[in-house]
Write a protein that binds this ligand. Sequence first.
Ligand code: NAP
Length: 262
Amino acid sequence: MFTSISGQTAIVTGASRGIGRGIAIRFGSVGCNVLVISRSIEGAERVVSEIKAAGGSASAAAIDVSDPDQSPRMAEVAIERYGAINILCANAGIFPASKLDKMTALEFDAVMGANLRGTFLTVQACLPEMKARRKGRIVLTSSITGPITGYPGWAHYGASKAGQLGFMRTAAIELAPSHITMNAVMPGNIATEGLADLGPEYAAKMEGSIPMGRLGTVVDIANAALFFASEEAAYITGQTLIIDGGQVLPESLMALEEMNAS
Ligand code: NAP
């Protein structure tokens, strides 16, 4: 259905597990050279092995996206190994919970550092190559939490995820003349290792508030990222796509009860 993007190079951050792993495997499955980034090299190498075992091309690099001394290396490594950066999925993120009355400035800064500063540094690292090529696709992983919804304990996280969209809207204008698009996926609750860390009760209760009755899968998000990265999405920039099984739709608990009764 889509023009092949086989042979293109895709950098995926936060790809040692969870949504990033799903995106990396999906891009590997369509023939991209995938650079798998996370802080831990072991986790990234495991995903590389999975991609290679399925016949794909991938390699790993250990980089902390929030560190300006480390982030430029992702572009250097991609160019050294593959000669190009065509697609960037800025996905790395953390979501530790902390209620406002107890939240420390350090906790706030850590979430902003990984999620928002990390997004900025990741994008900035890849721009020279994309601009020189006068083409590129950037996909951010935001969230419904922040831009649309709230959840106690995640004020800092919500701010970082909403911040990514503010960042994107100006960046997309700046990059449009270079034919570089920037769009964001906004996942609902997706079954990942990070979500599992919140405990089984969280996942079970959350399923009950999703009209489709299940958590999302990493493949659900990866497919949306693949669309934004496709040739066919060339004229879409600065936009968002919610992938949440309808989670943000019910206007109240009553709407869900009514749905379940019918
Ligand atoms: P996860 O399972 O905890 O995985 C997070 C990934 O990010 C890991 O590979 C981790 O590897 C990496 N990472 C974290 N901090 C990093 C840093 N500073 N530099 C480089 N890599 C870093 O998380 P997830 O659930 O897949 O979430 C991934 C993204 O989706 C996040 O941006 C999150 O906000 C967003 N999201 C998730 C959900 C959900 O329901 N799961 C919903 C909405 C949005 P290392 O620890 O080795 O660095």
